[in-house]
Design a protein around this ligand. Structure first.
Ligand SMILES: Cc1cc2nc3c(=O)[nH]c(=O)nc-3n(C[C@H](O)[C@H](O)[C@H](O)COP(=O)(O)OP(=O)(O)OC[C@H]3O[C@@H](n4cnc5c(N)ncnc54)[C@H](O)[C@@H]3O)c2cc1C
Length: 452
Protein backbone atom coordinates (compact mmCIF):
# COMPACT_ATOMS: atom_id res chain seq x y z
CA UNK A 1 0.00 0.00 0.00
CA UNK A 2 1.41 3.38 -0.95
CA UNK A 3 0.50 6.03 1.56
CA UNK A 4 2.06 9.37 2.42
CA UNK A 5 0.60 9.00 5.92
CA UNK A 6 3.14 6.25 6.51
CA UNK A 7 5.78 8.97 6.49
CA UNK A 8 6.49 10.50 9.85
CA UNK A 9 8.59 13.60 9.22
CA UNK A 10 9.47 13.73 12.92
CA UNK A 11 10.83 10.19 12.75
CA UNK A 12 12.68 10.90 9.52
CA UNK A 13 14.41 13.85 11.13
CA UNK A 14 15.83 11.45 13.72
CA UNK A 15 17.37 9.31 10.97
CA UNK A 16 18.46 11.97 8.48
CA UNK A 17 20.01 15.36 9.17
CA UNK A 18 18.57 17.12 6.15
CA UNK A 19 14.86 16.53 5.74
CA UNK A 20 12.67 19.07 3.96
CA UNK A 21 8.90 18.78 4.35
CA UNK A 22 6.05 20.75 2.71
CA UNK A 23 5.73 23.16 5.65
CA UNK A 24 9.42 24.10 5.66
CA UNK A 25 10.53 27.51 4.42
CA UNK A 26 13.04 26.00 1.98
CA UNK A 27 10.55 23.47 0.53
CA UNK A 28 9.66 25.47 -2.58
CA UNK A 29 13.27 26.14 -3.48
CA UNK A 30 14.21 22.49 -2.91
CA UNK A 31 11.42 21.11 -5.13
CA UNK A 32 12.04 23.51 -8.01
CA UNK A 33 13.68 22.19 -11.16
CA UNK A 34 14.92 24.20 -14.12
CA UNK A 35 11.83 23.67 -16.31
CA UNK A 36 9.29 26.43 -15.56
CA UNK A 37 6.23 24.24 -16.16
CA UNK A 38 7.12 21.53 -13.63
CA UNK A 39 5.34 22.23 -10.33
CA UNK A 40 5.35 18.98 -8.36
CA UNK A 41 4.96 18.65 -4.60
CA UNK A 42 6.87 15.76 -3.07
CA UNK A 43 5.95 14.41 0.38
CA UNK A 44 9.54 14.84 1.48
CA UNK A 45 12.95 15.82 0.15
CA UNK A 46 15.90 14.11 1.81
CA UNK A 47 19.32 15.59 1.23
CA UNK A 48 21.70 12.70 1.71
CA UNK A 49 25.33 12.96 2.72
CA UNK A 50 26.71 9.47 2.06
CA UNK A 51 26.01 6.09 0.43
CA UNK A 52 24.59 4.60 3.64
CA UNK A 53 21.95 7.31 3.79
CA UNK A 54 21.17 6.64 0.13
CA UNK A 55 20.56 2.98 1.04
CA UNK A 56 18.29 4.10 3.90
CA UNK A 57 16.23 6.31 1.57
CA UNK A 58 15.90 3.41 -0.86
CA UNK A 59 14.66 1.22 2.03
CA UNK A 60 12.19 3.96 3.01
CA UNK A 61 10.80 4.12 -0.54
CA UNK A 62 10.32 0.35 -0.57
CA UNK A 63 8.74 0.30 2.87
CA UNK A 64 6.25 3.09 2.13
CA UNK A 65 5.66 2.28 -1.53
CA UNK A 66 6.10 5.96 -2.34
CA UNK A 67 7.56 6.97 -5.70
CA UNK A 68 11.25 7.85 -5.59
CA UNK A 69 12.91 10.59 -7.62
CA UNK A 70 16.66 11.10 -7.75
CA UNK A 71 18.09 14.59 -8.03
CA UNK A 72 21.61 15.69 -8.77
CA UNK A 73 21.60 19.10 -10.52
CA UNK A 74 17.83 19.36 -11.11
CA UNK A 75 18.12 20.09 -14.82
CA UNK A 76 15.80 17.36 -16.00
CA UNK A 77 12.05 16.94 -15.68
CA UNK A 78 12.44 13.65 -13.79
CA UNK A 79 13.95 14.70 -10.47
CA UNK A 80 10.83 15.71 -8.56
CA UNK A 81 7.67 13.71 -7.96
CA UNK A 82 4.19 14.53 -6.65
CA UNK A 83 3.54 12.94 -3.26
CA UNK A 84 6.75 10.94 -3.32
CA UNK A 85 10.28 11.04 -1.99
CA UNK A 86 13.06 13.11 -3.55
CA UNK A 87 16.53 11.79 -2.86
CA UNK A 88 18.66 14.90 -3.30
CA UNK A 89 22.39 14.41 -3.80
CA UNK A 90 23.34 18.09 -3.87
CA UNK A 91 25.18 17.97 -0.53
CA UNK A 92 27.51 15.23 -1.77
CA UNK A 93 30.27 17.28 -3.34
CA UNK A 94 33.49 15.54 -2.37
CA UNK A 95 36.10 15.60 -5.13
CA UNK A 96 39.44 13.76 -4.92
CA UNK A 97 41.79 14.69 -7.73
CA UNK A 98 44.88 12.55 -8.28
CA UNK A 99 47.24 14.54 -10.47
CA UNK A 100 49.64 11.58 -10.80
CA UNK A 101 47.15 9.18 -12.33
CA UNK A 102 45.10 12.06 -13.78
CA UNK A 103 41.91 10.65 -12.37
CA UNK A 104 39.23 12.03 -10.08
CA UNK A 105 36.64 10.49 -7.74
CA UNK A 106 33.69 12.85 -7.75
CA UNK A 107 30.51 12.67 -5.69
CA UNK A 108 27.38 13.08 -7.75
CA UNK A 109 26.09 16.23 -6.06
CA UNK A 110 28.73 18.26 -7.85
CA UNK A 111 27.76 20.44 -10.77
CA UNK A 112 29.74 20.49 -14.01
CA UNK A 113 31.20 23.88 -13.19
CA UNK A 114 32.18 22.95 -9.61
CA UNK A 115 34.06 19.92 -10.93
CA UNK A 116 35.59 21.88 -13.81
CA UNK A 117 36.76 24.76 -11.63
CA UNK A 118 38.55 22.39 -9.24
CA UNK A 119 40.12 20.27 -11.98
CA UNK A 120 41.16 23.26 -14.07
CA UNK A 121 43.27 24.52 -11.17
CA UNK A 122 45.59 21.60 -12.09
CA UNK A 123 45.37 22.25 -15.85
CA UNK A 124 43.11 19.18 -16.10
CA UNK A 125 39.52 18.60 -17.04
CA UNK A 126 36.75 16.14 -17.90
CA UNK A 127 34.21 17.19 -20.51
CA UNK A 128 30.59 17.66 -19.49
CA UNK A 129 28.10 19.86 -21.37
CA UNK A 130 27.64 23.53 -22.19
CA UNK A 131 26.04 24.57 -18.88
CA UNK A 132 27.89 24.78 -15.59
CA UNK A 133 24.91 24.24 -13.29
CA UNK A 134 24.02 20.85 -14.79
CA UNK A 135 24.62 18.05 -12.27
CA UNK A 136 27.36 15.57 -13.08
CA UNK A 137 24.90 12.84 -12.00
CA UNK A 138 22.31 13.29 -14.71
CA UNK A 139 24.57 14.36 -17.54
CA UNK A 140 27.00 11.49 -17.07
CA UNK A 141 24.36 8.77 -16.81
CA UNK A 142 22.83 9.88 -20.12
CA UNK A 143 26.14 10.25 -22.01
CA UNK A 144 27.43 13.83 -21.78
CA UNK A 145 27.95 15.84 -24.98
CA UNK A 146 30.00 19.00 -24.66
CA UNK A 147 32.97 21.03 -25.81
CA UNK A 148 35.39 18.09 -25.72
CA UNK A 149 33.20 15.56 -27.53
CA UNK A 150 35.36 15.32 -30.65
CA UNK A 151 38.69 15.44 -28.83
CA UNK A 152 37.95 13.20 -25.82
CA UNK A 153 34.52 11.71 -26.48
CA UNK A 154 31.42 11.79 -24.31
CA UNK A 155 31.59 12.17 -20.53
CA UNK A 156 30.98 8.41 -20.24
CA UNK A 157 33.97 7.73 -22.47
CA UNK A 158 36.02 9.19 -19.63
CA UNK A 159 34.24 7.24 -16.91
CA UNK A 160 36.49 4.59 -15.32
CA UNK A 161 34.42 3.36 -12.37
CA UNK A 162 31.49 4.21 -10.15
CA UNK A 163 29.97 3.56 -6.76
CA UNK A 164 26.28 2.74 -6.96
CA UNK A 165 23.58 1.84 -4.45
CA UNK A 166 21.21 -0.66 -6.03
CA UNK A 167 17.53 -1.32 -5.30
CA UNK A 168 18.40 -4.01 -2.73
CA UNK A 169 20.46 -1.47 -0.78
CA UNK A 170 23.87 -2.87 -1.72
CA UNK A 171 26.73 -0.42 -2.25
CA UNK A 172 28.65 -1.69 -5.27
CA UNK A 173 31.97 -0.64 -6.78
CA UNK A 174 31.62 -1.15 -10.51
CA UNK A 175 33.90 -0.88 -13.54
CA UNK A 176 34.80 -2.80 -16.72
CA UNK A 177 35.63 -5.91 -14.62
CA UNK A 178 33.27 -5.74 -11.65
CA UNK A 179 29.56 -5.83 -12.46
CA UNK A 180 30.56 -5.07 -16.05
CA UNK A 181 26.94 -5.36 -17.20
CA UNK A 182 25.85 -2.65 -14.78
CA UNK A 183 28.82 -0.47 -15.67
CA UNK A 184 27.87 -0.82 -19.34
CA UNK A 185 24.25 0.15 -18.56
CA UNK A 186 24.97 3.28 -16.52
CA UNK A 187 26.97 4.68 -19.43
CA UNK A 188 23.93 6.01 -21.27
CA UNK A 189 21.07 4.15 -19.58
CA UNK A 190 20.28 7.00 -17.16
CA UNK A 191 19.12 6.59 -13.57
CA UNK A 192 17.35 3.26 -14.16
CA UNK A 193 19.73 1.00 -12.28
CA UNK A 194 20.51 2.53 -8.91
CA UNK A 195 21.75 5.70 -7.26
CA UNK A 196 25.29 6.54 -8.26
CA UNK A 197 27.09 8.19 -5.39
CA UNK A 198 30.55 8.58 -6.96
CA UNK A 199 32.14 8.55 -10.38
CA UNK A 200 35.79 7.95 -11.17
CA UNK A 201 36.74 10.03 -14.20
CA UNK A 202 39.75 10.23 -16.46
CA UNK A 203 41.15 13.75 -16.44
CA UNK A 204 42.52 15.24 -19.64
CA UNK A 205 45.25 17.86 -19.92
CA UNK A 206 43.82 21.22 -20.86
CA UNK A 207 46.02 24.00 -19.49
CA UNK A 208 44.93 26.45 -22.16
CA UNK A 209 42.49 26.73 -25.02
CA UNK A 210 41.01 29.07 -27.60
CA UNK A 211 37.35 29.76 -27.97
CA UNK A 212 34.27 31.67 -26.93
CA UNK A 213 31.40 33.02 -28.99
CA UNK A 214 31.14 34.01 -32.63
CA UNK A 215 28.06 35.73 -34.06
CA UNK A 216 27.42 35.64 -37.81
CA UNK A 217 24.40 36.43 -39.93
CA UNK A 218 22.50 33.18 -40.55
CA UNK A 219 21.80 32.42 -44.18
CA UNK A 220 21.45 29.02 -45.80
CA UNK A 221 24.96 29.50 -47.11
CA UNK A 222 26.64 30.52 -43.82
CA UNK A 223 24.91 27.74 -41.88
CA UNK A 224 25.91 25.03 -44.37
CA UNK A 225 29.49 26.32 -44.68
CA UNK A 226 29.83 26.55 -40.91
CA UNK A 227 28.75 22.94 -40.40
CA UNK A 228 30.97 21.63 -43.22
CA UNK A 229 33.98 23.44 -41.80
CA UNK A 230 33.25 22.22 -38.25
CA UNK A 231 33.07 18.62 -39.52
CA UNK A 232 36.43 18.79 -41.26
CA UNK A 233 38.21 20.82 -38.55
CA UNK A 234 40.74 19.12 -36.26
CA UNK A 235 39.17 17.14 -33.42
CA UNK A 236 40.34 19.72 -30.90
CA UNK A 237 37.49 21.87 -32.17
CA UNK A 238 33.96 21.26 -30.94
CA UNK A 239 31.24 23.76 -31.73
CA UNK A 240 27.69 24.29 -30.53
CA UNK A 241 25.97 26.21 -33.28
CA UNK A 242 22.75 28.01 -32.38
CA UNK A 243 20.64 29.34 -35.23
CA UNK A 244 18.12 31.80 -33.84
CA UNK A 245 16.79 35.35 -33.98
CA UNK A 246 19.38 37.67 -32.42
CA UNK A 247 18.47 38.43 -28.79
CA UNK A 248 18.94 42.03 -27.64
CA UNK A 249 22.43 41.37 -26.31
CA UNK A 250 24.42 44.50 -25.46
CA UNK A 251 27.32 43.59 -27.76
CA UNK A 252 25.04 43.12 -30.79
CA UNK A 253 24.20 46.32 -32.67
CA UNK A 254 20.52 47.16 -32.32
CA UNK A 255 19.97 46.89 -36.07
CA UNK A 256 20.71 43.14 -35.83
CA UNK A 257 18.28 42.37 -33.02
CA UNK A 258 15.63 39.91 -34.17
CA UNK A 259 17.55 39.01 -37.35
CA UNK A 260 18.53 35.39 -37.91
CA UNK A 261 22.00 34.76 -36.55
CA UNK A 262 24.46 31.98 -35.92
CA UNK A 263 25.51 32.15 -32.29
CA UNK A 264 28.36 29.67 -32.16
CA UNK A 265 29.94 28.54 -28.90
CA UNK A 266 33.32 27.17 -29.88
CA UNK A 267 36.26 25.58 -28.16
CA UNK A 268 39.62 24.56 -29.54
CA UNK A 269 40.99 22.25 -26.82
CA UNK A 270 44.67 22.89 -27.35
CA UNK A 271 47.32 25.48 -28.12
CA UNK A 272 45.61 28.89 -28.43
CA UNK A 273 47.80 29.98 -31.39
CA UNK A 274 46.79 26.86 -33.31
CA UNK A 275 43.19 27.38 -32.22
CA UNK A 276 43.18 30.88 -33.66
CA UNK A 277 44.27 29.48 -37.05
CA UNK A 278 41.60 26.80 -36.96
CA UNK A 279 38.92 29.43 -36.23
CA UNK A 280 40.01 31.66 -39.12
CA UNK A 281 37.74 30.19 -41.82
CA UNK A 282 34.68 30.51 -39.57
CA UNK A 283 35.30 34.22 -39.15
CA UNK A 284 35.30 34.64 -42.92
CA UNK A 285 31.93 33.15 -43.85
CA UNK A 286 30.48 36.64 -43.33
CA UNK A 287 31.38 39.78 -41.47
CA UNK A 288 30.80 38.75 -37.82
CA UNK A 289 28.15 40.67 -35.88
CA UNK A 290 30.36 40.03 -32.87
CA UNK A 291 33.61 38.12 -32.50
CA UNK A 292 34.42 37.06 -28.94
CA UNK A 293 36.82 34.23 -29.76
CA UNK A 294 40.03 34.51 -27.78
CA UNK A 295 42.58 32.58 -25.72
CA UNK A 296 40.38 31.21 -22.98
CA UNK A 297 40.45 28.93 -19.97
CA UNK A 298 38.04 26.02 -20.06
CA UNK A 299 36.17 27.28 -16.98
CA UNK A 300 35.25 30.44 -18.90
CA UNK A 301 33.11 28.33 -21.21
CA UNK A 302 30.64 28.21 -18.30
CA UNK A 303 29.49 31.83 -17.92
CA UNK A 304 27.62 32.96 -14.80
CA UNK A 305 23.99 31.83 -14.78
CA UNK A 306 20.74 33.18 -13.46
CA UNK A 307 19.51 30.49 -11.06
CA UNK A 308 16.06 32.08 -11.04
CA UNK A 309 15.53 31.49 -14.77
CA UNK A 310 12.87 28.81 -15.29
CA UNK A 311 11.87 28.78 -18.94
CA UNK A 312 8.85 26.99 -20.37
CA UNK A 313 9.86 25.22 -23.53
CA UNK A 314 9.07 22.43 -25.91
CA UNK A 315 11.88 20.75 -27.77
CA UNK A 316 12.88 17.83 -29.94
CA UNK A 317 16.23 16.19 -30.15
CA UNK A 318 17.36 14.37 -33.26
CA UNK A 319 20.41 13.45 -35.32
CA UNK A 320 21.16 14.65 -38.84
CA UNK A 321 23.48 13.16 -41.45
CA UNK A 322 24.25 16.49 -43.06
CA UNK A 323 23.22 20.11 -43.12
CA UNK A 324 23.50 21.44 -46.66
CA UNK A 325 21.99 24.67 -47.98
CA UNK A 326 18.63 23.08 -48.66
CA UNK A 327 18.36 21.75 -45.07
CA UNK A 328 19.54 25.12 -43.74
CA UNK A 329 16.90 26.85 -45.84
CA UNK A 330 14.20 24.64 -44.27
CA UNK A 331 15.56 25.42 -40.81
CA UNK A 332 15.40 29.16 -41.38
CA UNK A 333 11.89 28.90 -42.79
CA UNK A 334 10.64 27.04 -39.69
CA UNK A 335 12.46 29.27 -37.23
CA UNK A 336 10.96 32.34 -38.88
CA UNK A 337 7.47 30.83 -38.74
CA UNK A 338 7.59 30.14 -34.99
CA UNK A 339 5.34 32.30 -32.83
CA UNK A 340 7.25 31.53 -29.62
CA UNK A 341 9.17 34.06 -27.58
CA UNK A 342 12.45 32.52 -28.71
CA UNK A 343 13.05 29.68 -31.14
CA UNK A 344 16.38 28.07 -31.67
CA UNK A 345 17.98 25.26 -33.59
CA UNK A 346 21.10 23.98 -31.91
CA UNK A 347 23.53 21.94 -33.98
CA UNK A 348 26.46 20.00 -32.58
CA UNK A 349 28.96 18.37 -34.90
CA UNK A 350 29.95 14.97 -33.50
CA UNK A 351 32.49 12.39 -34.69
CA UNK A 352 36.12 12.23 -33.54
CA UNK A 353 36.86 10.36 -30.30
CA UNK A 354 33.13 9.92 -29.63
CA UNK A 355 32.74 7.93 -32.87
CA UNK A 356 35.70 5.64 -32.19
CA UNK A 357 33.93 3.88 -29.31
CA UNK A 358 32.11 0.77 -30.57
CA UNK A 359 28.32 1.18 -30.92
CA UNK A 360 27.72 -1.56 -28.33
CA UNK A 361 30.59 -0.47 -26.06
CA UNK A 362 28.21 1.55 -23.85
CA UNK A 363 24.45 2.10 -23.63
CA UNK A 364 24.89 5.29 -25.69
CA UNK A 365 24.59 3.69 -29.13
CA UNK A 366 24.65 6.75 -31.42
CA UNK A 367 28.34 6.50 -32.22
CA UNK A 368 27.83 6.86 -35.97
CA UNK A 369 25.52 9.85 -35.74
CA UNK A 370 27.03 12.87 -37.41
CA UNK A 371 25.24 15.96 -36.14
CA UNK A 372 23.01 16.39 -33.10
CA UNK A 373 20.13 18.84 -33.45
CA UNK A 374 17.94 20.35 -30.75
CA UNK A 375 14.85 22.15 -31.96
CA UNK A 376 13.41 24.29 -29.19
CA UNK A 377 10.92 27.04 -28.59
CA UNK A 378 10.58 29.01 -25.39
CA UNK A 379 7.23 30.61 -24.60
CA UNK A 380 5.45 32.31 -21.72
CA UNK A 381 1.87 31.13 -21.67
CA UNK A 382 1.22 27.41 -21.07
CA UNK A 383 -2.05 27.66 -23.05
CA UNK A 384 0.07 28.10 -26.14
CA UNK A 385 1.83 24.77 -25.64
CA UNK A 386 -0.16 22.83 -28.30
CA UNK A 387 0.74 25.45 -30.92
CA UNK A 388 4.44 25.10 -30.17
CA UNK A 389 4.28 21.32 -29.99
CA UNK A 390 2.73 21.31 -33.44
CA UNK A 391 5.47 23.63 -34.68
CA UNK A 392 8.29 21.50 -33.30
CA UNK A 393 6.75 18.25 -34.59
CA UNK A 394 6.30 19.62 -38.09
CA UNK A 395 9.77 21.11 -38.04
CA UNK A 396 11.31 17.80 -37.02
CA UNK A 397 9.44 15.97 -39.79
CA UNK A 398 10.62 18.50 -42.36
CA UNK A 399 14.31 17.95 -41.64
CA UNK A 400 14.29 14.27 -40.62
CA UNK A 401 16.95 12.25 -42.45
CA UNK A 402 18.12 8.61 -42.20
CA UNK A 403 19.10 8.71 -38.51
CA UNK A 404 15.99 8.22 -36.39
CA UNK A 405 17.75 8.29 -33.01
CA UNK A 406 17.71 10.84 -30.21
CA UNK A 407 19.90 11.65 -27.21
CA UNK A 408 18.22 10.60 -23.96
CA UNK A 409 19.39 13.63 -21.96
CA UNK A 410 17.70 16.02 -24.37
CA UNK A 411 14.48 14.07 -24.84
CA UNK A 412 11.91 15.67 -22.57
CA UNK A 413 8.79 13.65 -23.37
CA UNK A 414 8.33 10.08 -22.16
CA UNK A 415 7.15 7.02 -24.06
CA UNK A 416 8.09 3.94 -26.06
CA UNK A 417 8.87 5.98 -29.21
CA UNK A 418 11.30 8.08 -27.22
CA UNK A 419 12.89 4.97 -25.62
CA UNK A 420 13.35 3.35 -29.01
CA UNK A 421 14.95 6.51 -30.35
CA UNK A 422 17.29 6.73 -27.36
CA UNK A 423 18.25 3.05 -27.36
CA UNK A 424 18.32 1.71 -30.93
CA UNK A 425 19.12 -1.80 -32.12
CA UNK A 426 19.75 -4.35 -29.39
CA UNK A 427 20.56 -1.69 -26.78
CA UNK A 428 17.08 -1.48 -25.27
CA UNK A 429 16.75 -5.25 -24.87
CA UNK A 430 20.18 -5.47 -23.26
CA UNK A 431 19.24 -2.63 -20.89
CA UNK A 432 16.02 -4.44 -19.95
CA UNK A 433 18.05 -7.50 -18.96
CA UNK A 434 20.36 -5.44 -16.75
CA UNK A 435 17.32 -3.72 -15.27
CA UNK A 436 15.68 -7.07 -14.48
CA UNK A 437 18.83 -8.18 -12.68
CA UNK A 438 19.47 -5.05 -10.59
CA UNK A 439 16.03 -3.42 -10.24
CA UNK A 440 13.42 -6.16 -10.83
CA UNK A 441 10.58 -4.22 -9.14
CA UNK A 442 11.33 -1.03 -11.09
CA UNK A 443 11.99 1.12 -8.03
CA UNK A 444 13.92 3.62 -10.17
CA UNK A 445 11.25 4.72 -12.62
CA UNK A 446 11.34 8.52 -12.57
CA UNK A 447 13.40 8.65 -15.76
CA UNK A 448 13.18 7.40 -19.34
CA UNK A 449 11.99 4.22 -17.79
CA UNK A 450 13.36 0.91 -18.96
CA UNK A 451 10.92 -1.66 -17.64
CA UNK A 452 12.50 -4.89 -16.42
C1 LIG B 1 20.20 24.39 -19.73
C2 LIG B 1 20.57 22.96 -20.03
C3 LIG B 1 21.72 22.71 -20.77
C4 LIG B 1 22.10 21.39 -21.06
N1 LIG B 1 23.23 21.17 -21.79
C5 LIG B 1 23.63 19.91 -22.01
C6 LIG B 1 24.82 19.65 -22.75
O1 LIG B 1 25.50 20.56 -23.22
N2 LIG B 1 25.17 18.37 -22.96
C7 LIG B 1 24.45 17.32 -22.48
O2 LIG B 1 24.86 16.17 -22.67
N3 LIG B 1 23.30 17.53 -21.79
C8 LIG B 1 22.87 18.79 -21.56
N4 LIG B 1 21.71 19.02 -20.89
C9 LIG B 1 20.86 17.88 -20.52
C10 LIG B 1 21.27 17.33 -19.16
O3 LIG B 1 22.40 16.51 -19.33
C11 LIG B 1 20.14 16.48 -18.56
O4 LIG B 1 19.03 17.28 -18.33
C12 LIG B 1 20.58 15.82 -17.25
O5 LIG B 1 19.64 14.84 -16.89
C13 LIG B 1 20.71 16.84 -16.16
O6 LIG B 1 21.37 16.31 -15.07
P1 LIG B 1 21.07 16.88 -13.62
O7 LIG B 1 21.80 16.04 -12.68
O8 LIG B 1 21.28 18.34 -13.60
O9 LIG B 1 19.51 16.65 -13.53
P2 LIG B 1 18.56 15.91 -12.47
O10 LIG B 1 17.22 16.36 -12.89
O11 LIG B 1 18.99 16.16 -11.09
O12 LIG B 1 18.80 14.41 -12.80
C14 LIG B 1 18.30 13.85 -13.99
C15 LIG B 1 17.94 12.41 -13.81
O13 LIG B 1 19.12 11.65 -13.90
C16 LIG B 1 19.09 10.62 -12.95
N5 LIG B 1 20.15 10.86 -11.97
C17 LIG B 1 20.80 12.01 -11.71
N6 LIG B 1 21.78 11.81 -10.83
C18 LIG B 1 21.73 10.50 -10.52
C19 LIG B 1 22.50 9.66 -9.68
N7 LIG B 1 23.52 10.14 -9.00
N8 LIG B 1 22.17 8.35 -9.60
C20 LIG B 1 21.15 7.85 -10.30
N9 LIG B 1 20.39 8.59 -11.12
C21 LIG B 1 20.68 9.90 -11.23
C22 LIG B 1 17.73 10.60 -12.33
O14 LIG B 1 16.88 9.80 -13.09
C23 LIG B 1 17.35 12.05 -12.46
O15 LIG B 1 15.99 12.24 -12.40
C24 LIG B 1 21.31 20.31 -20.60
C25 LIG B 1 20.13 20.58 -19.87
C26 LIG B 1 19.77 21.88 -19.60
C27 LIG B 1 18.52 22.14 -18.83
Amino acid sequence: MSDTKKLSITKLRKTFKHVIAPKDANYDKARTVVAGDIDRRPAVIIKVTNANEVAQVIALAKETGLALAIRSGGHSVHSVVDGGIVLDLSMMKDLQIDTNTKTAWAETGLTASEYTTAASAHGLTTGFGDTGSVGIGGITLGGGVGYLVRKHGLTIDNLLAAEIVTADGQILQIDEKNHADLFWAIRGGGGNFGVVTKFKFQLQDLPQAYGGMLFLPATAETIASFLTEAESAPEELSAIVNVMPAPPMPFLAEEHHGKMIIMALMLYAGDPAQGEKVMEPFRKFATPFADMLRPISYTEMFPPENGEYHPIAVSKNMFLDKVDQSVAETMLKHLQASTGMMSVTQLRVLGGAMARVPVDGTAYAHRNSKIMANLAVIFQNLDEKPIHEKWVNEYQKAIQQSDKGGYVNFINTLGETELNAAYPGSTLEKLRQVKAKYDPTNLFKMNHNIKP
